[in-house]
Design a protein around this ligand. Structure first.
Ligand code: NDP
Length: 345
């Protein structure tokens, strides 16, 4: 079907509902700039890169209401279906419900809005983006995520999505959810990379049949995330370079392969076509035990994504950094300003 020179073959992992889930997906979060406003300039590049990704064999796309790019993502998917590159059932689309919409009755409205923006009849997976519930005014709504989950079970039953899951849930929240649900989450999407191995949480989820998805799979390794105080490894780390050389791969491919060998699905984001291909070309080699042991030593608990401004809110899932509890939530995360498109409410 495809006339492109390169094709990638991405294996799948079975979810607890029997659905096949591609082990590597395409991330679509364009990020916030220095003023904590949405980065809107890359939306066109994102569409071009996503279009290329589907052409060469990506079949899993990760987006969210928050990212403001659901219309752009949906446009690419629908064009690929129209052009006969893929069928709808070949593509696995994930989106997420933001924490303004955690009342049970609001979940269906939020998911239908995602579908309208994506211009799709259903998604394959919808996630509770964060366990907290915060209003657009920044007020803690104290809605139990078990209530939110009942709304998720309803949208599953109505066929608006084929699977339901969570994101940023810690181990206690996973235990409580699993003990009090009718439908168990298929996925927990959390930050995992060389600095943040999350062994206990990953082991727990995997032991319960919940597939773990790694966001920010490169951590602070890539130049765009190099903060002055961020830990090794960077792209020029000698240990990484030597493992990469041994396998004829790049250091970023080593980082992604390491996750895959832990049974973790990753969703790297790139708007650079060469990297789209590079990131998915990790299924033709094997790290050995020595490589794995060496890579494990970079795990020091460092979080790339640490939203200190949510620390005071009930169900904030991470350990609290004392003395930094009083940062204001950026307006872009409250009022949905500065959207890529005019349609985001
Ligand atoms: P990533 O770890 O995917 O890093 C993205 C950065 O790495 C970009 O600057 C990109 O640059 C660069 N990059 C990508 N591939 C390479 C490569 N091969 N070599 C060098 N640089 C590279 O971080 P994200 O935070 O974007 O996480 C991935 C996805 O996870 C998101 O897009 C989103 O879908 C999801 N996510 C979910 C969260 C949640 O709360 N559930 C939170 C954060 C992310 P460039 O684009 O310029 O090529």
């Amino acid at each position: 079907m495809c006339c492109f020179g390169f094709q990638v073959s991405i294996p799948t992992i079975k979810l607890n509902n029997g659905i096949e889930f591609p082990a590597l997906g395409y991330g679509t979060w364009l990020g916030l700039n220095d003023k904590m406003e949405f980065e809107i300039t890359d939306a066109r590049k994102l569409q071009d890169a996503l279009s290329y990704a589907i052409d060469i064999g990506y079949r899993h796309i990760d987006t969210a209401h928050l990212y403001r790019v659901e219309p752009e993502v949906g446009e690419v998917i629908n064009k690929k279906i129209k052009d006969g590159v893929v069928k709808r059932e070949d593509i696995f689309v994930t989106t997420k419900v933001w924490h303004h919409h955690h009342k049970q009755a609001d979940v269906e409205v939020a998911v239908r809005d995602c579908l309208r923006r994506l211009n799709l009849e259903y998604v394959d997976l919808v996630l509770v983006h964060w366990p907290m519930s915060i209003s657009q005014e920044g007020v803690d709504e104290n809605i139990d995520y078990l209530e939110t989950w009942r709304g998720f079970e309803e949208v599953l039953k109505k066929g608006l999505t084929r699977s339901i899951g969570v994101s940023n849930f810690n181990i206690e929240q996973m235990k409580r959810l699993l003990a009090n649900c009718n439908v168990p989450p298929a996925v927990n999407q959390i930050e995992i990379n060389l600095n943040l191995g999350q062994k206990e949480l990953v082991d727990y989820c995997q032991s319960k049949g919940v597939v773990v998805v790694a966001y920010s799979p490169f951590g602070t390794m890539v130049p765009s995330r190099n903060y002055p105080d961020s830990p090794e490894p960077k792209m020029d780390n000698p240990t990484m370079l030597s493992i990469a050389k041994k396998h004829g791969k790049t250091v970023t491919q080593i980082a992604l392969r390491y996750l895959y060998q832990r049974g973790i699905v990753s969703i790297p984001k790139t708007v650079t076509k060469s990297r789209v291909l590079e990131n998915a070309s990790i299924f033709d080699f094997q790290l050995d035990d020595e490589d794995v042991a060496t890579l494990a030593q970079f795990d020091n608990g460092f979080r790339t994504i640490r939203p200190l401004f949510w620390q005071p809110y009930e169900n904030y899932p991470f350990d609290v950094v004392l003395g930094q509890e009083h940062e204001d939530i950026p307006i872009s995360l409250l009022k949905w300003k500065n959207g890529v498109n005019g349609d985001i409410e």
